[in-house]
Design a protein around this ligand. Structure first.
Ligand code: 13P
Ligand code: SF4
Length: 359
């Protein structure tokens, strides 16, 4: 097998040979060896917007996970190919909401007389089919950087946040709860969790009727591991430490943090902090390590002691990237992500609603 320096050279050569014909996007959770070859980096929102920024590039290589590449395909022209260097780069959270389960949930909400006063808001971390469901029912997509604006907009569609209308929030219960309670002023009692594996979602008719936020029972297997204990230990052990976490963390953890935000916001917050600041960061480990290296004049540590890479983000490594790029040089498009046109049109309606949100 070629050594790493060879791979770096090969990636450079392939990118140079392709020139402007290739546009490489890299999510902040990607490995350093991959980020080095990204033309742009960003959080999910920024990458969704950036994907459409180079309509002249026939090849878009998406270094991230499957739902991000699907969204890029939906937002770019039919002539552009979106490539995911390893098809096994999925997202365990996105996999927690299957379209058949979501359709079934909606039917049950309709049977309970609740669907007509409910609007879906779907986190970017979801399949194209779920985004299409959202578009069909007049809802919007959101990301961790615009969830509050998206929820505000959605409640406006069903009579306002002070009314009786409801949001079905898919698939991350934590982002939904954190945003509704911390930013929209709803209460924990306003939130119920729909469990797709139980009859009627595990909810009584009264619970459904009273709910304002119907949260899908999904979570991130990485961020779900950050604990209250770890926050308390950091505060005990590191004088003056600030805790910054991603909103996919559990409510109790986010409540104890000093700052909460998307990957882009975490980077900007730390970049703006004075030398000598101490941080513990509750998000994916590739990003935390990179921050620690980029800002050596600050003390930056990972919130949990146990290693916490996102294993699917990590699937994209230099060998896969080199393979994808060299194949393009040879005129072969490997691992194209193509969303069915009907699904794409409905999903696009929901994505466009997000892109049109203020801010
Ligand atoms: P961001 O939108 O903050 O980049 O988050 C994406 C993600 O998958 C977090 O787990
Ligand atoms: Fe999905 Fe969590 Fe990985 Fe983000 S960190 S891609 S939500 S599994």
């Amino acid at each position: 097998a070629p050594s790493a320096p060879d791979l770096v050279e090969r990636a450079r050569a392939a990118k140079a040979a392709l020139g402007d014909r290739v546009f490489v996007l890299g999510h902040h959770y990607q490995r350093d060896e991959v980020i080095e070859f990204a033309d742009v980096t960003g959080d999910s929102f920024k990458l969704a917007r950036d994907a459409a920024a180079r309509p002249d590039a026939p090849y878009i290589v998406f270094c991230g996970v499957h739902f991000m590449a699907e969204s890029a395909d939906i937002l770019t022209s039919d002539e552009q190919a979106v490539i995911l260097p390893d098809l096994a780069a999925g997202c365990s959270m996105a996999d927690m909401a299957a379209i058949a389960q979501v359709e079934d949930c909606w039917e049950q909400l309709a049977a309970a007389g609740v669907a007509r006063q409910t609007i879906p808001v779907t986190y970017m971390n979801s399949s194209a089919a779920i985004k299409a469901f959202t578009g069909r029912h007049g809802g919007t997509i959101c990301t961790s950087s615009n969830a509050a604006t998206a929820l505000d907009w959605a409640f406006e569609q069903v009579g306002g946040v002070d009314g009786t209308g409801k949001v079905l929030f898919l698939p991350d219960q934590h982002l939904g709860r954190n945003t509704a309670v911390r930013e929209l002023g709803l209460t924990l009692d306003d939130c119920v969790v729909w469990d797709p594996h139980r009859p009627n979602g595990g909810l009584t008719a009264e619970q459904l009727e009273a709910a304002r936020m119907i949260l899908w029972r999904g979570h991130c297997s990485v961020h779900g591991r950050f604990s209250v204990d770890a926050v308390e230990a950091a505060r005990r052990d590191i004088p003056g430490v600030k805790v910054i976490v991603h909103p996919e963390c559990r409510y109790e953890v986010v409540e104890l943090a000093d700052e909460v935000g998307s990957t882009e916001k975490i980077i900007q917050t730390i970049a703006a902090a004075p030398a000598g600041s101490s941080w513990v960061v509750g998000t994916e480990l590739n990003l935390v390590r990179r921050l620690a290296r980029q800002f050596p004049e600050q003390h930056i540590a990972f919130l949990e002691k146990n290693v916490c890479y996102c294993s699917t983000m990590n699937r994209i490594d230099l060998p896969h990237l080199v393979w994808a790029l060299e194949s393009l040089v040879e005129g072969r498009v490997v691992n194209p992500i193509r969303v069915d046109p009907t699904v794409a049109a409905e999903a696009r309606a929901a994505l466009d609603r997000m892109l049109a949100l203020p801010g």
